[in-house]
Design a protein. Sequence first.
Length: 204
Amino acid sequence: MKQQTEKPPVVWDPLVRLFHWSLFFFFFLAYLEDDWLSLHGHAGYTVMLLVLFRLIWGVIGTSHARFADFVTTPAVAIIYLKQLFSRTAERHLGHNPAGTAMILLLLILMIITGFSGMSLFALEGSGPLANTFVASWPGYVLADVHEFFANFTLIAVIVHIVGVLLTSLVHKENLPGTMITGRKRAVPNWSNKSPDKCPDKRHG
């Protein structure tokens, strides 16, 4: 009789996974399709709704989705990055400190990009911000802000992808795959403890 192996624990709930890939899709749809303003605008609104969901889910969601579970200080993120490049960084079942910093940065960038884009539509009398105080803001300033932060967000997304691939290499783990299945390799003897509190320390 073959011994059954225990399945890896589910770390990312279905809503987190759906949010992740939906945000990826709609951001690039909005970024690449800026000539067709109707599609660009609807994709941008969807991004804003997804970000709003993530902020709410970060408070009331599952344990690994909550900000209280993974938000840390910039100093910890810098230390983690140094250890990652020296291949001595501890493995985290939840978000690692560098990933946490990138998540927060991306959320902030997308909020600024989305808000400035909605403000541009408001100048034309359309969108949820029409007939509000932003409709009197100078359009050329909003356009410059929108373009700058859209490009800044794109760079951050690319850095995020590189970081995910590097972390996957260091920890010998398919991180993009875990955001599809939701499962990650368990740490030794994690038992019933919260996996995020039990980092997989690398030896040797």
